[in-house]
Ligand binder design. Structure first.
Ligand code: BES
Ligand code: MN
Ligand code: MN
Length: 463
């Protein structure tokens, strides 16, 4: 292990320069104009995977953006780890709020700034650099590794399901490993054992056939924005609970033991509030902030538009209004059932004076797993060696739908070792990743491969 650690310590500068190239490719999956950039990004990654010694590297086309596959399978008798990550990123807009250009990696005050640097390019790269440290000069990895890196995570992983079904044999593994989550805070290496699910919806309300003068027509015709606001206001009750009938059916209550565990975490409500800049924290009565964001289902409007939104005043009744909203789900809520309930609720709220269309954008299942599995514990030990700090077990409020798919379909443990921080602006302007966490991440993942091989036979079956 020592020569691997020494190699990593000696290569810090190069790790930044290479990540700069990766982040320079604007692989924004939601926009069609970037389709070529996603292909270019996949090719760049494929070349890099070959360069570090991965084998059977393939760029696999899908109906959407390509998926990358690669493996290294020369550790007989050792476990096989399947890595999952994504090379697509969120749109950088609004551009004027960035302090440095989003696709030019910039080091400022110990942080690396770029769109996608922490979600998820830097974290994917952490694994590539750990692998490289073992494989250079004809070296060997202590475990078998397969990699599956997709380009559609940020848009709901639409095509990877088909890929997994078709390639089930090739993806067979002893555990899934993912680095696409955050640490609880600075100096708190974290293993994540739960994610929320997600359903994303859009509602459009159409009223008059065109925009109308609000003086000549106001009061005499349905106003789509008024109506949409009324409908949206009925998604919650006055206690902040989701008011959709049946929404909480099947929600697994937190056990006493888990509540205690969560309460013991060094989570700062004040720090959380400061990160958000909110004047006051709010949420479902009877739950702490950590419980609200990790273990309770929620509903949020993500965007609402219609009518006049330009400068100054314009007296008008817009002909249409649209809202995008999403629910975060917890075990054992089922996204398909939730979609049905939400659709029915929206249909009931829709008055006959307007036309209401309901659209489902994406659905993803929640995930929670016990963290006493030997391979998960190997992950914890690896983080503790990489960071030289005790690790904590956390859940996350965000969603990685593929984790549940792999957990349910392959019945394999999932090890989520994330190296982001909660205030690093993922999906927002000035996204960044702490440089120290990037480098300690590489070290930790190298230790993880080592620990996973050590755990082999102790509950972690070899392949
Ligand atoms: N890396 C995030 C998931 C995440 C978010 C983990 C926050 C931990 C904390 C992932 O790239 C993501 O953004 N997922 C989307 C879901 C997807 C279906 C669009 C999300 O959570 O909104
Ligand atoms: Mn991500
Ligand atoms: Mn994301």
């Amino acid at each position: 292990m020592q020569h691997v650690v020494d190699f990593i310590q000696a290569n810090h500068d190069r790790y930044i320069e290479e990540l700069r190239e990766f982040c320079a490719i604007p692989s924004v999956s939601t926009k069609n104009e970037h389709k070529k950039d996603l292909e270019r990004c996949a090719q760049w990654l494929a070349d890099h995977l070959r360069k570090i010694g991965m084998e059977n590297v393939e760029v696999i086309p899908t109906k959407g953006h390509p998926i990358l596959y690669a493996d290294w399978l020369h550790a007989p008798g050792q476990p096989t780890l399947l890595f999952y990550g994504h090379y697509d990123v969120q749109p950088p807009e609004p551009l004027e709020l960035w302090e440095s250009p989003p696709f030019e990696l910039t080091l400022r005050e110990g942080n690396l700034y770029a769109r996608g640097v922490v979600d998820d390019k830097g974290q994917v790269f952490i694994h590539l650099k750990a692998i490289e440290a073992f494989l250079r000069d004809g070296g060997r990895l202590p475990v078998n590794i397969k990699m599956m890196i997709e380009g559609e995570e940020e848009v709901g992983s639409e095509n990877i399901g088909t890929f997994i079904e078709e390639e089930k044999g090739r993806l067979e593994c002893n555990a899934l490993m993912v680095s696409d989550t955050s640490m609880l805070g600075r100096g708190l290496p974290s293993v994540c054992y739960g994610l929320r699910g997600l359903c994303y919806f859009e509602v459009e309300v159409e009223g008059p056939k065109q925009d109308l003068h609000s003086g000549s027509f106001g009061g005499g015709v349905p106003n789509p924005i008024n109506i949409l606001c009324e409908m949206m206001a009925k998604l919650h009750d006055k206690h902040g609970r989701v008011a959709i009938p049946g929404f909480y059916n099947g929600v697994r209550a937190l056990s006493k033991k888990e509540r205690q565990q969560l309460r013991r975490l060094p989570f700062s409500e004040k720090g959380f509030q400061q990160t958000t800049g909110a004047r006051k924290l709010v949420g479902e009565k009877g739950y702490t902030t950590v419980e609200r964001i990790w273990a309770r289902p929620t509903l949020d409007i993500n965007g609402i538009f219609g009518g006049y939104t330009g400068e100054g005043a314009k007296t008008v009744i817009g002909s249409k209004a649209t809202a995008k909203f999403s629910t975060r789900l917890v075990p054992n809520q089922d996204p398909a059932k939730i979609t049905k309930l939400v659709r029915r609720h929206i249909e009931r709220l829709a008055p006959p004076s307007v036309k209401v269309t309901f659209k489902v954008h994406s659905e993803g299942k929640p995930w929670v797993a016990p963290f006493d599995h030997p391979i998960v514990q190997a992950g914890r030990r690896a983080l503790e060696k990489g960071f030289e700090k005790p690790a904590v077990f956390i859940r996350e409020g965000g969603s990685i739908p593929l984790v549940t798919t792999m957990y349910e379909e392959f019945g394999r443990p999932c090890v989520l070792l994330g190296f982001g921080l909660p205030d690093e602006n993922a999906h927002a302007p000035n996204e960044h990743m702490n440089l120290e966490n990037y480098l300690k991440g590489i070290l930790s993942i190298a230790y993880f491969y080592h620990e996973a091989s050590q755990a082999s036979g102790k509950g972690v079956e070899a392949s």
